[in-house]
Design a protein around this ligand. Structure first.
Ligand SMILES: [Mn+2]
Length: 298
């Protein structure tokens, strides 16, 4: 069977659990847009995890809001769906009764829950370690080399080694060093490209080349008065502007349902975080709309 999953820590933990329980011969980390745009041929020999449902799939595990742009699973589909802190938690609940050996991944699972639902401390943002830090090294935007092969190797490492040993792998320490180096530059560019508009901090990276990369929660340490953020940068072709919206993880008062808001623009996500692609010609008007909505929601 083939496993199609998201290339983040949650997708990784799904892969660790699923490859422990199923005969998986290929792991394909993809972006959710690849599923929404039906870029993959999906059959009943596939498992999809931490990504939207696609008709014909064998098993499906997810925890994101079901939004209009995405297909709905039929009644009684194989797998598990729920508004859990992570998709990996859904995978675990599905297999745990039959597979008590999965308990060895309890800490990986708990930390995945914490990162994926952004239940983080300021230290997790400014001085991250073990599983949380590992999660940051998976971010494909960091431009730290072939992330697909890194992702597949990481599945193997987590199944055979403890976290301390995984974090000592040269490919991991190399990424950690580069992340730390990027962090200072990212902090500086985030400060320069952001402005506070009511309760919303808006970061515009459209004039930044190369695109600054770094911890997406850093902005909330810089703007503690904001309860939500909108960050934009150019999509791959300059026909689209990529927009990411989130609730502050330290000032948790935003009333916006971000997943629903993003769905109005063809994207999706959770109550607390989501993304969409805006057509370049409408982007400025839609950016203003998104900010206005979040200000009105308060
Ligand atoms: Mn997830």
């Amino acid at each position: 069977m083939r496993l199609v999953t998201r290339g983040d820590l949650d997708g990784l933990t799904c892969a660790v659990l699923i490859t422990s329980c199923e005969d998986i011969d290929e792991i394909v980390p993809v972006h959710p847009q690849d599923i929404t745009d039906k870029r993959l041929h999906i059959t009943d020999d596939d498992i999809i995890a931490n990504l939207p449902y696609q008709t014909g799939v064998g098993k499906w595990f997810d925890h994101h809001l079901l939004t209009q742009g995405n297909e709905r699973p039929p009644e009684g589909f194989e797998g598990r769906y729920g508004l859990a802190p992570s998709a990996a938690r859904m995978v675990y609940e599905y297999y745990a009764a039959r597979r008590t050996d999965l308990q060895r991944y309890e800490r990986l699972l708990a930390e995945t829950d914490r990162l994926d639902s952004a239940q983080l401390t300021i230290d997790d943002v400014l001085q991250p370690k073990d599983y949380i830090l590992l999660g940051y090294t998976l971010d494909p935007r960091t431009g730290l080399g072939d992330y697909q092969s890194y992702f597949r190797k990481m599945v193997g490492w987590l199944k055979t080694s403890g976290i301390e040993e995984v974090m000592r792998q040269p490919e991991v320490t190399d990424r950690v060093e580069r992340i730390r180096a990027q962090d200072a530059a990212f902090r500086e560019r985030t400060k320069a490209c952001s402005r506070l508009d009511g309760n919303v901090v808006f970061t515009d990276f459209r004039n930044e080349s190369p695109l600054p990369v770094g911890n997406r929660f850093l902005v909330y340490t810089l703007f503690p008065e904001a309860n939500a953020s909108l960050r934009v940068h150019w999509g791959p072709s300059r026909e689209h502007v990529a927009a990411a919206v989130g609730h502050s993880i330290f000032n948790r008062t935003s009333r916006t349902n971000v997943g629903e808001l993003m769905a109005r623009y063809g994207g999706g996500g959770h109550r607390g975080a989501g993304t969409c692609l805006l057509e370049a010609r409408n982007a400025d008007a839609q950016i203003a709309e998104i900010i206005a909505t979040m200000k009105k929601d308060g």
